[in-house]
Design a protein around this ligand. Structure first.
Ligand SMILES: C[S@@+](CC[C@H](N)C(=O)[O-])C[C@H]1O[C@@H](n2cnc3c(N)ncnc32)[C@H](O)[C@@H]1O
Length: 255
């Protein structure tokens, strides 16, 4: 009998994806950096040496942004190949990186002012346990910012993509043009084992945060600008794609 868990599969999957991850539009921040920066600043407030934890930091795009804003930043991930890329980009910055599981971080209680997780929550096997851990390690009044979406169901016009490819040629700006058929198979096999196998919805996330006793739980529609693809073709194909930004606070006094 195999001792492998879905997390081993997740680690292997992202290990395979690491080399091309940033080149997929929507992953590397590129020309949308200013929108992401605006989004972080609006939710997290002034950095001034406050402590920020980027969960599932991957190749470090958000980690570097947090550091650039002035947060004392930690990046955490389970996939060595993804984090190695983040560490290479962050060389000389003093950003702390830890190889750990976002569902059980092992960080000290009340050690971070803010926690950010972009495109992580949808892939967690135990989301409730993760939220309990995040509440434990946030300082009273600290902010949790979750940026995520439905990574399972394609948007309504996705069926047009092969037609555009045939008529106009393959689009280098296509969201996941760099994912191989074998990687798609691995993705599907992993998703089938996850609680959000039908696709994560913002309403589910909001309800889970309320249940976990987070305060001021809210979705931010203004933040959606940061997800907007750059070219007209990808903008059309992504119409109706479910993406969301959700923030929540830890109570200042625990009741
Ligand atoms: C879609 S990538 C997102 C990377 C980065 N946050 C970004 O916004 O570009 C998902 C990342 O989460 C990491 N990950 C998945 N499950 C994790 C877990 N349980 N603990 C820590 N990292 C995890 C993966 O290794 C991968 O680097």
């Amino acid at each position: 009998m195999s001792n492998r868990s879905v997390k081993d599969d997740i680690r292997d999957y992202w290990g395979e994806r690491a080399a091309t991850y940033d080149a997929s539009p929507g992953h590397g921040l590129g020309p949308r950096s200013a929108d992401w920066e605006e989004l972080l600043t609006r939710h997290l407030g002034p950095a001034q040496g406050r402590s920020a934890l980027d969960l599932g930091c991957g190749t470090g795009e958000m980690t570097l942004l947090l550091h650039g804003l002035g947060f004392c930043t930690t990046g955490l991930d389970i996939t060595p190949q993804m984090m190695a890329r983040a560490q290479a980009k962050a060389s000389g910055t003093g950003i702390r990186f830890i190889a750990a599981d976002a569902e059980a971080t092992m960080e000290p209680p009340e050690s971070h002012d803010v926690i950010v997780a972009r495109y992580l929550f949808w892939t967690l096997p135990k989301p409730e346990a993760a939220m309990a851990d995040w509440l434990r390690i946030l300082k009273p009044g600290g902010t949790l910012l979750l940026i995520d979406g439905d990574h399972v169901n394609p948007p309504p016009l996705d069926w047009l993509a092969p037609w555009f490819d045939r008529i106009l040629g393959r689009d280098p700006k296509a969201g996941h043009a760099l994912v191989t058929p074998a990687q798609w198979d691995a993705h599907r096999a992993i998703v089938a084992q996850l609680p959000f196998r039908e696709g994560l919805r913002s309403s589910t996330l909001l309800a889970l945060l309320e249940q976990a006793k987070f305060q001021q739980v809210q979705a931010d529609n203004r933040g959606l600008q940061a997800f907007r693809p750059l070219g007209w073709r990808q903008r059309l194909l992504s119409l109706g794609r479910h993406r969301f930004v959700v923030s929540a606070r830890k109570a200042t006094v625990q009741g």
